[in-house]
Design a protein around this ligand. Structure first.
Ligand SMILES: [Zn+2]
Ligand SMILES: [Zn+2]
Length: 727
């Protein structure tokens, strides 16, 4: 085996590297380590001046760990005072067993990045040496932070668990509950221990649906993407206001936002049971806010930022699905009110979910869009109900073609010169962004055409509009009119742009597409149809008929271009002509576009190294397809814990199955839920059907099967296969 042990003794100013290498090559030198160490320390610490570096080589792990053992014992004899060991190691258990001297020290553990343990075949010593020096250099700061955290949280230093955020939040919450003389329901498995006996079939509906509003279309004026911060904290603190507005029905919320496709609503009345805990949590968060705001405490701030993650993670000891659902409901209310406020202020919402909002500003040029956005955000800040919500403009789009969260393209203004007001409309200041998940399902050969045509569809009219604006500005300079474009002129301009685009569709786009489609037909003739099939999860999805490449291309491209309502008619005419080429009728079922991708989002996945929290779209995120799932933070890239991921998926599958079996029957005619036990017909005479029909349910299960197969999750695969077979 190969290994590097590095011991860093700040008090005796020594760094010892012990390299275990079964071969003879010795690539590490003290000088090399010293250089790496100094590079890793950004600030010149006078302490580091006198550090000495030593390197030892051993041929077996045994000899290596024995040497480490000896070094530690020696150190102990020389320094009998208080000592603490800080361990950062991918195999914590192994190192504690092989180096027993560690038992003599109190030890704390730094979370370890799994990438540190991947040694390449050649030149691994230098890489390992560099990494270890970086970790040593960073450990001092980590330790100091940990000490201040321990002081803030009043928790002994060695008691923190790996995920300090969850741990500290749990500690704070349990203290607060204890002060209010409430019972704690601490448990390890995410199911609150309320003292009853569970027979294993508890009906938990922890899976809440994140609302997402989508208004597809072509937005050819400036739109802005806003990131929402602190929605959870704000909702918690403002819950009583929301409650008053609702007429005091907290804990008894109805859903007013259209639920997502996996709407399995379960209205347990346990919300009212957790109200006292909710109040305690609220007080706790108020204290955290005052710590974070008045004394600028970074830990309090971090807890606030991770409040929602803590609340929904089954790994937090005080996880309570009812509490989670309660807050989620308040969040939905606040979210809906926020969107209503946006609309009241004249903004046109394109897309919104809990973490971001895209709005159409209705402005033609970037500076006035920015000014509008600023005033919008200022107005929102004055609203008491949204006091703690922070909206941060992420991107400005000159033009945006939006189908849904995973399918959009646009002309994005580059962000660097946000401050310089003028010259921000220049040619060089834009990025053409193309993010079309549906394109992944096209044959490789046609994907580039797709992206190009869609980008041109955005760019051509935008360029024309800019030329027109410039041209008018020139005219206006002569006549010395007001410099700003009046609303009248803007509407006039828009009409001109639409006319121009119409003309382009009839000539340029139609011709180009005809050529491309004929090329595809030529290219794929003779070849078997199997080659036109896209990514692998397609074979498994029965909803898809495997059409030929040309037809698929036409369907996809026209579906995207038809997003522009103004020219929809022209696009449909063009589509008809294109379909003639492949001999398919305009309204034939195989000519209808459907999003080829079923969706499943695994919410709140947490990186064990950097604590980044995100929602994984297991079907549509291309970075997850066929790869190992890892953290998306560039400096991190830590692989997610496979077992935990599989477990989370299993839980969801089991729960969905349970809910499927426990579902209500609804009347086909009056849509009332069946209340009587044995009647075959509703009072109105209609017959009953399941609320969630079998094909729907099985379709969802198949999505899980695909995920299980591609990620080789065997248990999940077994479980889902069984569910699919039984029917
Ligand atoms: Zn990470
Ligand atoms: Zn009925």
């Amino acid at each position: 085996g190969r290994a590097v042990y590095v011991m860093y003794f700040p008090t005796s100013l020594r760094v010892h590297a012990v390299v275990v290498n079964p071969f003879r090559n010795k690539e590490l030198s003290p000088a090399f380590l010293e250089k790496q160490f100094r590079d890793a320390c950004q600030t010149a610490d006078p302490l580091h001046e006198n550090l000495t570096f030593h390197v030892d080589y051993h041929t077996s792990m045994d000899a290596g760990s024995k040497y480490v053992q000896r070094m530690l014992l020696e150190y102990r004899q020389q320094h009998p005072g208080p000592v603490i060991g800080i361990i950062e190691c991918p195999k914590l258990q192994a190192i504690r067993e092989s180096v027993r001297a560690l038992d003599d020290f109190p030890c704390v553990t730094i979370p370890c990045n799994a990438r540190d343990n991947n040694y390449q075949a050649l030149g691994w010593q230098a890489t390992a040496g560099r990494t270890s020096m970086q970790r040593c250099a960073a450990s001092t700061q980590w330790f100091n932070e940990r000490i201040s955290l321990a002081r803030y949280a009043h928790v002994p230093l060695g008691n923190f668990e790996l995920d300090w955020l969850l741990f500290t939040a749990d500690v704070f919450f349990s203290r607060a509950l204890h002060d209010q003389q409430q019972v704690l329901w601490i448990s390890d498995d995410g199911i609150p221990d309320l003292g009853g006996t569970y027979e294993g079939d508890t009906c938990f509906a922890d899976e809440v649906i994140q609302p997402a509003l989508t208004y597809p279309g072509a937005y050819r004026r400036v739109s802005v993407e806003l990131k929402i911060h602190h929605l959870a904290v704000n909702s918690l603190l403002k819950s009583s206001q929301v409650d008053e507005m609702e007429g005091g029905s907290i804990g008894n919320f109805e859903n007013d936002i259209p639920p997502g496709p996996n709407a399995t609503e379960t209205d347990y009345n346990d919300a009212s049971l957790c109200l006292p805990a909710f109040q305690v949590l609220k007080q706790l968060i108020q204290r955290c806010i005052s710590d974070a705001v008045s004394s600028g405490n970074v830990f309090a701030d971090a807890i606030l930022q991770h409040l929602y993650r803590w609340l929904c993670s089954p790994r937090s000891r005080l996880h309570d699905p009812a509490l989670h659902r309660l807050l989620h409901n308040v969040m939905k209310k606040v979210f809906a009110l926020l969107l209503a406020e946006f609309r009241k202020l004249g903004a046109n919402v394109i897309f919104a979910n809990f973490s971001k909002i895209i709005i159409d500003t209705g402005k033609v040029d970037l500076p006035s869009a920015r000014a509008y956005c600023d005033s919008l955000l200022k107005t929102l800040q004055t609203r008491d109900l949204f006091e703690w919500i922070e909206l941060e403009p992420l991107h400005y789009w000159h033009s945006l073609l939006f189908m849904d969260q995973y399918n959009y393209g646009g002309i994005q203004a580059k962000t660097q010169n946000v401050t310089s007001v003028d010259s921000s409309d220049g040619e060089d200041d834009i990025d053409i962004v193309s993010s079309w998940n549906i394109a992944e399902y096209l044959p490789k050969a046609t994907q580039d055409h797709f992206v190009l045509i869609v980008s041109e569809f955005l760019y051509v009219p935008w360029k024309y509009m800019k030329e027109q604006v410039a041209c008018r500005a020139a005219v206006r300079d002569d006549t010395s009119c007001t410099p700003s474009i009046t609303i009248m002129a803007a509407e006039n301009l828009e009409g001109q742009v639409v006319d121009y685009l119409r003309g382009q569709i009839g000539t340029y786009f139609a011709e180009k597409l005809l050529t491309i489609v004929s090329d595809i037909l030529l290219h794929f003739k003779g070849k078997g149809k199997s080659e036109s099939v896209g990514p692998s999860n397609r074979e498994l999805d029965p909803h898809l008929h495997k059409g030929d490449a040309a037809l698929e291309f036409i369907k996809h491209i026209c579906a995207v271009l038809a997003l522009d309502q103004n020219v929809q008619h022209d696009i449909l005419r063009m589509r008809k002509n294109l379909l003639k080429l492949v001999r398919v009728k305009e309204f034939a079922p195989e000519a209808q576009f459907q999003d080829p991708c079923a969706a499943f989002i695994l919410p709140n996945v947490i990186c064990s190294y950097c604590n980044d929290c995100r929602d994984l779209d297991l079907c549509r995120d291309s970075t997850l397809q066929g790869h190992e799932w890892r953290c998306a933070v560039p400096q991190c890239g830590q692989p997610y814990h496979r077992e935990e991921m599989e477990n989370a998926l299993l839980q969801i599958v089991r729960q969905r199955e349970r809910l499927y079996h426990l579902q209500d029957l609804v009347c086909v005619r009056c849509r009332q839920v069946k209340a009587a036990h044995v009647s075959e017909q509703c009072n109105c005479g209609g017959s009953f059907r399941c609320k969630e029909e079998a094909p729907q349910f099985l379709g969802k299960m198949r999505v899980f099967l695909n995920v299980a197969v591609s990620q080789k999750f065997e248990l999940l695969q077994d479980c889902v296969r069984w569910i699919l077979e039984v029917r």
